[in-house]
Design a protein around this ligand. Structure first.
Ligand code: SF4
Ligand code: SF4
Length: 410
């Protein structure tokens, strides 16, 4: 064991690895650890997501009203969601897709369609996989993985225009961006910074995906960026097949072995010939069976504390999307919710101590209950007041005020 950990550590210290985390040290498997009946999985319609249903009134008048303000009611999440939207419009306004844009929008130079001639040196799939990952890390991604695009990951209809989606790219590149450990240690899971944490990752992953897609088109291959407010694909199956995590108790969420659920993701789909990664197995199915911390802490009781069920071809824990949406949209004492992110034992900084604990959780099943107990004992699920840097503010009727119940658990 000490030798395996030392080798893990030595690899981490080598400067020629582009990835911030030792993903190469994980056990790779042929299929995701969640059982998937590929033939039974139905493509989803993005218009039926919890947020879209709240926005059109399916979940009641109060949530419909709150939907228009639940992110912009805090000035920082408001600024971030506005800029993410600008990026989405920037892509949409040109062609509805960033694959083949030709029109000018807003006086900006047009995005390019795939160049007529393929760039020299782009024929080797293994070399291109490494190059594309290095490019994404250069753009400040925290984790990157590649898979073939599962056909069932493509939405049937887009939420913006309601049009049927026809996307036949062969590959998908998953891009993860951390929501920030220090901020996560300072919040209680559902106070006034929660939506800003989501949208800083959404915005930054959107930027990386848009630049990467434009770069691939300039190399001579079709590519499209998929990001918050502009997805044509469901992200979880792509992250699973690309070896970026396993499905967890939180439901339709993929958990990364070194970030936990503390990230948001964007995707680039493309026909650039590129080597794929394999799914990973770091023992999460067993860990989540024993842990249940997110189920206990979820303010809306959306996360099950029982076993897995089969839903749409996946055998997994099924969270209650309506309850979760109700909490995130309707939270009156904060902006959004990430309590499950806050309390998850896998959401930790990448320090030598936490790295050693992480190695133990991944490799020694018998030590997992001890790790969960230690996590409780050290109080990682509690907010650290020294790490709080943001202002508790709420915009009401166009005016910012200090909310009456800042950060209170309700
Ligand atoms: S985001 Fe909040 S409400 Fe939704 S599952 Fe997580 S803890 Fe529960
Ligand atoms: S809190 Fe525990 S049960 Fe929930 S996702 Fe994290 S490891 Fe799994």
């Amino acid at each position: 064991m000490p030798r395996a950990f030392a080798s893990d550590w030595r690899d981490r210290c080598r400067s020629d690895r582009p990835d911030p985390f030792p993903m190469h040290a994980l056990k790779r498997v042929e299929r995701p650890t969640t059982r998937i009946e590929d033939a039974l999985v139905q493509r989803k319609d993005e218009r039926e997501s919890g947020f879209n249903r709240a926005g059109r009134g399916d979940l009641g008048e109060r949530l419909q009203r709150e939907f228009t303000r639940f992110v912009p009611k805090h000035p920082l999440s408001g600024a971030l969601v506005t800029m993410t939207g600008v990026l989405g419009h920037f892509v949409d306004a040109r062609a509805g897709s960033s694959e083949d844009p030709s029109a000018r929008a807003g006086g900006m130079p047009p995005l390019r369609p795939a160049a007529e001639h393929k760039a020299p040196g782009t024929e080797d799939p293994a070399a291109m996989a490494r190059h594309i990952k290095e490019t994404a890390y250069f753009l400040r991604a925290d984790a990157v993985g590649i898979c073939e695009l599962p056909p069932y990951a493509v939405y049937t209809h887009g939420k913006l225009d309601g049009q049927p989606i026809d996307l036949a790219h062969k590959y998908a590149i998953g891009i993860l961006v951390d929501q920030d450990w220090r901020t996560a240690s300072g919040f209680n899971g559902h106070d006034w910074i929660s939506n800003a944490m989501s949208f800083v990752s959404y915005s930054n992953s959107a930027f990386i995906a848009c630049v990467l897609a434009e770069y691939i088109r300039r190399l001579g291959y079709p590519a499209r960026a998929h990001h918050a407010r502009n997805y044509q694909v469901a992200v979880p199956p792509i992250l699973l097949w690309a070896g970026l995590g396993e499905m967890c108790r939180i439901g339709d969420i993929v958990l990364h072995p070194f970030l936990g659920p503390r990230f948001k993701a964007a995707v680039v789909t493309t026909d650039l010939p590129i080597s794929i990664d394999k799914p990973i197995d770091f023992g999460l199915q067993d860990f989540c069976t024993k842990c249940k911390k997110c189920a206990k802490a979820c303010p809306s009781k959306a996360i099950p504390d029982g076993g897995k069920e089969t839903y749409n071809g996946y055998e997994r824990w099924c969270a209650d999307a309506e309850r979760c949406t109700g909490m995130r949209v309707g939270n009156q004492n904060g902006s959004g919710c990430g309590t499950c992110v806050k309390v998850c034992p896998w959401s930790k900084p990448f320090t030598p101590f936490h790295r050693a604990v992480n190695w133990t959780m991944r490799n020694i099943p018998a030590a997992r209950r001890l790790a969960i107990w230690g996590d409780d004992l050290l109080g990682y699920d509690k907010p650290n007041p020294d790490a709080k840097w943001w202002l508790d503010l709420e915009e009401v009727d166009g005016k910012l005020q200090v909310p009456g119940k800042s950060g209170k658990r309700d």
